[in-house]
Write a protein that binds this ligand. Structure first.
Ligand code: ASP
Ligand code: MG
Length: 406
C-alpha cells in the first residue's frame, strides 16, 4: 500500500461544490488502495480577508495573535473536507498543524519547520482513516501557533511527505502545472512535463506563484519528487525532480516575473569598512528581507548603495534607513515603489555565453530601460519599470522560443 500526500490549494476549495470535487478525488485515491494524507489551504481568499480584517482594527496586529487568526482559515477547510468525506462513507479525521506534529521556530508569519513528528498521523492512518492536515501552520516548543509565510501549505505537504516517507507528493492547483511563463499573462505559455529542483527554486523565488520556494527547497533536500497538477482536469502536470534529462536541462525553462519590488538608494555613502553592516543589520533586526543589493565602485571614497525590498516593507525600511543615512553622513535616501522584476531561468545558461546579451537586446528592442541586473548561475534578473513587466515577459518568452518548449 502506497502512502500519498496530496495538497489542495485555496482556489480548489473555494466553495462547497469545489470541496466536494476535492473529496471525490481524495476518495478515488483511497479507493485505488493508497493511504492518503491531504494537506489543505484556506478556502478561496480567506487568508487575504483575515489579514484585511485584522488591519481594519489595528495597524500593528500582535504577531502571535495574527498567526493564530490566519491559521483558522486552514482549520475551516480541513474540517469541512473531513466532514464531506465522512458523509460519503469514508473514515476521515482533520488535524491542525500542531496535532499533525509540525514543529517550527517562533518567527511568526514566516516560521520555518524544524521537524515533523508524524506519530499522530501514523496512528490515524493505522486506523484506516484519511488524514486531513491544516496546511500553512505549525507550533513552537511553547505550543504557540505559527504560520509559514503566504503560500506555505505547499511546504507543509512536502515536509509531511518527507516526515512520513511518502511514495509521492502531489500539489493540486488551479493551473495544469509549471509553465514557461505565467499562463494568465502569456497565452502561448506551455506547461512543462518536468523541471529540476534548482530551476524550480529560482522560478518560485523570482515570482512564479504556483509553488512556495521553501517547499521546493525541502523537496530537493529530501529528494522528494513533487507533481504539480490541476485539481479540475486530469492532465499529467509537471514533475519537479532531481533526474531531469540533459536535453531538458540544456534550455531556458521559463520567464518569471514579480511586481512586488521597491528600491531604495542611499546616495553619497562614505566608502569605508562597516558601512554596509550599519545599514543592513538594522534592516534584518526589523525583520525586513532585502533582495538585490548593488554597490557602485567608489569615486573619491563616495559610493551609492541600492537595494530592493518587497513593496509592503518599503515605508518601514525607509523609517529604519533615514536616521542611519544621516548618522553615516550619506547625502540622501531615495526610493521608488513602482518597479518589477523579470527573470530568465534555465540550467542551459550554465557556462554558455549569450543568454544575458539576448535578454538585454530583447528588452532594448522593446524600449525597456533596465535599472538593476542580478544573476545566479542559472538566472538573469532585470529590475524594470512596473508598467513594462508584461511587455518584457511577452518579448522574452518569444525571444527564447518558449512557445515551442515541451
Ligand atoms: N492560505 C495561506 C495563504 O493564502 C497558505 C496557502 O495558501 O498555502 O497564503
Ligand atoms: Mg496558495
Amino acid at each position: 500500500m502506497s502512502l500519498i500526500v496530496q495538497k489542495y490549494g485555496g482556489s480548489s476549495l473555494a466553495d462547497a461544490k469545489k470541496i466536494k470535487n476535492v473529496a471525490y478525488r481524495v476518495a478515488a485515491t483511497s479507493d485505488a488502495g493508497n493511504r492518503v494524507v491531504v494537506v489543505v489551504s484556506a478556502m478561496g481568499d480567506t487568508t487575504d480577508e483575515l489579514v484585511e480584517l485584522a488591519y481594519s482594527l489595528t495597524d500593528q496586529p500582535p504577531a502571535r495573535e495574527f498567526d493564530i487568526l490566519l491559521s483558522t482559515g486552514e482549520i475551516v477547510s480541513s474540517t469541512l473536507l473531513a466532514m464531506t468525506l465522512e458523509a460519503m462513507g469514508y473514515a476521515a479525521i482533520s488535524l491542525s498543524g500542531a496535532q499533525a506534529g509540525i514543529k517550527t521556530d517562533s518567527a511568526y508569519s514566516r516560521a520555518r519547520i524544524l521537524g515533523v513528528n508524524p506519530k499522530r498521523i501514523e496512528k490515524e492512518l493505522d486506523k484506516d482513516r484519511i488524514v486531513i492536515v491544516a496546511g500553512f501552520q505549525g507550533v513552537t516548543e511553547d505550543m504557540d501557533t505559527t504560520t509559514l509565510g503566504r503560500g506555505g501549505s505547499d511546504t507543509t505537504a512536502v515536509a509531511l511527505a518527507a516526515g512520513l516517507k511518502a511514495e509521492a507528493c502531489h500539489i493540486y492547483t488551479d493551473v495544469e502545472g509549471i509553465y514557461t511563463a505565467d499562463p494568465h499573462l502569456v497565452t502561448g505559455a506551455q506547461s512543462l512535463a518536468e523541471i529540476g529542483y534548482e530551476e524550480m527554486l529560482e522560478l518560485a523565488t523570482y515570482g512564479a506563484k504556483v509553488m512556495h520556494p521553501r517547499a521546493v527547497e525541502l523537496g530537493e533536500l529530501f529528494n522528494i519528487p513533487i507533481l504539480v497538477a490541476s485539481s479540475f482536469k486530469n492532465s499529467p502536470g509537471t514533475l519537479i525532480h532531481g533526474g531531469v534529462s540533459m536535453e531538458v536541462r540544456n534550455k531556458v525553462s521559463g520567464i518569471a516575473h514579480d511586481l512586488n519590488v521597491a528600491k531604495i538608494t542611499v546616495v553619497g555613502v562614505p566608502d569605508r569598512p562597516g558601512i554596509a553592516s550599519s545599514i543592513f543589520e538594522p534592516l534584518a533586526e526589523a525583520g525586513i528581507s532585502v533582495d538585490t543589493i548593488v554597490q557602485n565602485a567608489s569615486i573619491k571614497n563616495i559610493t551609492d548603495l541600492t537595494f530592493t525590498v518587497a513593496k509592503g516593507d518599503l515605508s518601514r525600511a525607509m523609517e529604519v534607513i533615514r536616521p542611519i543615512a544621516e548618522s553615516i553622513d550619506a547625502l540622501q535616501c531615495a526610493s521608488d515603489s513602482k518597479l518589477g522584476k523579470v527573470s530568465v531561468i534555465g540550467t542551459g545558461m550554465l557556462n554558455t555565453p549569450g543568454f544575458a546579451a539576448k535578454m538585454f537586446s530583447t528588452l532594448s528592442r522593446e524600449g525597456i530601460n533596465i535599472q538593476l541586473i542580478t544573476t545566479s548561475e542559472i538566472r538573469i534578473t532585470c529590475i524594470i519599470d512596473e508598467a513594462k513587466v508584461g511587455e518584457a515577459v511577452h518579448a522574452l518568452h518569444r525571444a527564447f522560443e518558449l512557445e515551442q518548449a515541451k
